[in-house]
Design a protein around this ligand. Structure first.
Ligand SMILES: [Zn+2]
Length: 126
């Protein structure tokens, strides 16, 4: 009998990283903790923890991109930088019609396959 459980479609997520030595958190992952200089082995991740970045965010900046590459069927896309409750900031797509800086949104992660190559997980702030 073949075990298909490894092929289950999982909710896509993007991970934040926590230094176990001092508790500092990062996104994206650094090679060395800026606070305590602990090294992060990118293969084993030893002495570092990961956690899903999600939930409520505050929109810190945004822009409307009109000149999209070939293959997009929309006139423009909105991109922004949002801050999570834990203080980490990330860029992603903004999925509200009239964004304003400081507005409270919710972050989710979706798999985007709009560009050439492998699909990637992106943040969507809505
Ligand atoms: Zn540290």
């Amino acid at each position: 009998m073949i075990d298909f459980s490894a092929y289950d479609v999982k909710t896509p997520e993007i991970l934040g990283h926590r230094c176990c030595a001092c508790g500092s958190i990062y996104y994206p992952a650094p090679m060395i903790c800026a606070k305590c200089s602990a090294r992060r082995d990118p293969v084993t991740g030893k002495h570092w923890e990961t956690f899903a970045l999600e939930g409520p965010v505050t929109l810190r900046s945004w822009t409307r991109v009109w000149n999209l590459p070939d293959g997009y069927n929309v006139k423009f896309l909105l991109f922004g930088i949002a801050e999570f409750a834990n203080g980490l900031r990330a860029s992603g797509r903004v999925a509200v019609e009239e964004p304003t800086i400081g507005m409270r949104l919710t972050s989710r992660v979706e798999e985007s396959d709009e560009r050439p190559g492998k699909p990637v997980n992106i943040f969507v702030f809505e």
